[in-house]
Design a binder for this molecule. Structure first.
Ligand code: FDA
Length: 312
């Protein structure tokens, strides 16, 4: 039943007719507020203040995928350059995370490369960091290629990999010579069994195996340091990765924990108190519909919460 709901919600996330109409309902806008402090970057930065006071870092992403005209990518790049300036001006210890198709990856990868190079250069200049999100599998190879080329000039950059994809272990081997920064997640899209693990047990086992491979590579090759982030709310997986790190002789700072704004908040504070580096990813923007549907799909019980917002 849960799996059926997940497929239905992921189908909703791709449906243009619903994308046009559902966000107009006030109850939907109230419901998304649980995961997003507001539609503009000022709301996102304000939400980071109490987190920073508790030693939790922040990362910002503007929602929206797949441009229709390549020219729009220029505006997106300018937006992120401005966000970096605002992060500095507000005294927040923040990073940014960009979606490659929002910068035109499915239209012209060369233009996307130029934009991410500019954004990453500014991020490095102001002491920040730029991450690249991983979208659906159709863009996986192009995203990894983008990261490989970006790393030729911009070291303060990382990329997201998804443990549900069968190819991910091989992608890690491919990226290791770069001394990569990897955000490991389970994966949020609807992918077929031919390319993705479908059972929770397999996705989790691959997550642990890939995390272990990255920790070991980082320990054994200090000349090409690996930076590992676990983008998950699965505290069991975080504990098991921490045990593995300890067995390798590594401390709690061997990896960073990243969670989304509004999800498992008490755990974010608890992990930070326990000495793990923790960062909260804060999303904002008006194009939140597909992203919010993916959040509902991750935990169909969230649908009840959304429906409760129908009651004023
Ligand atoms: P899992 O789904 O097993 O959840 C573990 C527990 O966390 C649940 O039992 C529940 O308590 C809680 N939980 C999880 N999701 C919840 C939700 N939506 N609402 C309420 N509670 C919830 N994906 C991707 O494909 N590309 C990307 O670039 C990214 N980037 C990214 C960055 C960061 C910082 C995070 C945390 C996640 C992503 N993701 C992502 C999403 C990721 O792939 C995955 O879909 C979600 O994190 C949910 O899976 P969990 O690992 O949290 O485990």
């Amino acid at each position: 039943m849960t799996s059926l709901m997940r497929h239905v919600l992921l189908w909703f996330s791709r449906n243009d007719w619903l994308r046009e109409r559902l966000p107009r309902f006030r109850f939907m806008r109230r419901a998304v507020g649980r995961f997003m402090p507001g539609e503009d970057v000022d709301a996102a930065l304000a939400a980071a203040v109490p987190l920073q006071e508790a030693g939790i870092g922040s990362m910002y992403t503007r929602l929206g995928e797949h441009l229709t005209h390549l020219d729009e990518a220029e505006g997106v790049a300018a937006h992120y350059l401005d966000v970096l300036d605002r992060i500095v001006a507000s005294g927040i210890r923040g990073e940014i995370s960009v979606k490659p198709t929002q910068l035109g990856l499915d239209l012209d990868p060369e233009t996307t490369l130029r934009h991410v190079e500019r954004i990453a250069a500014r991020a490095a200049e102001v002491g920040s960091y730029m991450w690249i999100d991983m979208e659906g599998s159709a863009w996986c190879e192009a995203t990894i290629r983008l990261y490989e080329r970006l790393r030729e000039t911009q070291p303060r950059t990382g990329v997201c990999l998804q443990s549900y994809l069968r190819r991910t272990a091989a992608d890690v081997e491919r990226l290791l010579p770069l001394g990569p920064s990897i955000r490991l997640v389970k994966g949020a899209y609807d992918e077929p069994a031919s390319i993705a693990f479908r059972s929770r047990a397999e996705v989790d086992a691959n997550f642990l195996a890939v995390a272990a491979a990255l920790l070991r590579a980082g320990r054994d090759h200090p000349d090409r340091p690996v930076r590992l982030s676990l983008g998950t709310h699965d505290v069991g997986l975080i504990d098991r990765t921490a045990e593995h790190a300890a067995a390798l002789g590594l401390g709690r700072d061997a990896f960073r924990v990243e969670m989304l704004f509004g999800i498992r908040v008490a755990e974010q504070y608890r992990l930070a108190r326990d000495g793990f580096p923790v960062t909260t990813l804060i999303a904002y923007g008006t194009a939140w519909y597909p992203w919010y549907m993916r959040r509902l799909a991750e935990r169909p019980a969230n649908v009840l919460f959304a429906l409760r917002q129908l009651v004023p």
